[in-house]
Ligand binder design. Sequence first.
Ligand code: 1GP
Length: 245
Amino acid sequence: MIHDYIIKKRKEHPLHFTLLDPGKSSPEELINLATQTAAAGTDGFLVGGSTDLSLEKVDAAVDVIKETTHLPVILFPTHASSVSGRADAIFFMSLLNSESRQFLIGEQIASARWVKKTGLEPLSMAYLVVEPGMAAGRIGQAQPLPRDNPDLVVSYALAGQYLGMSYIYLEAGSGASQPVPSEIIKAVRDEIDVFQIVGGGIKTPESASEVVRAGADIVVTGTLVETSEKLKEDMSNLIQAIHSG
Ligand code: 1GP
């Protein structure tokens, strides 16, 4: 089970997950990205993106990543229509600060029976979009949570925990100029007992270390993987900073 894998690994060190977007990279590119990030020490892969991905694209992406590495492949979906039954698990998530019922519970209802049928392991997650939020905020129709209001983010995170969610994901948005502020990560860490995932705008070992020191259990990076010219080296440095945090 992937949840058990995460519990076990977290006892050793904070984790790094690599986000791969089948809307941005071809299957051939995904093989290269997965090979290099696995060699650099990533702990697992998230597959998803904010664009409208077809099921065929996600299926193909999951297949090539699973053929390339033995690491867990977890769906990070936007829509029920692109939930691939070939992954190991799915972040079964509700965007708690969305203003749209669709992202609070609609897509989840639409995918629930398919998750059951395919045997995907659901990892229950509260997804919180913090400013600037980028495409995740726009597409998810979120009112991004203010960067200067840790108390409000704690209220959302606690609500997620009390609703039974095992993971709280603080998302600044892919390509954000700055990660979620440390003050927010610390405040959430102090109040919740479940796993804290942080992503969006993390591009350097220094910013990754800061996020981990503030209290992230899992750090997600996507843009760096797509844009780095020395992928293996950049990822090794970033992942080392996270693992030693
Ligand atoms: C997006 O948090 C992830 O959902 C990753 O963000 O692309 O900025 O690394 P980046």
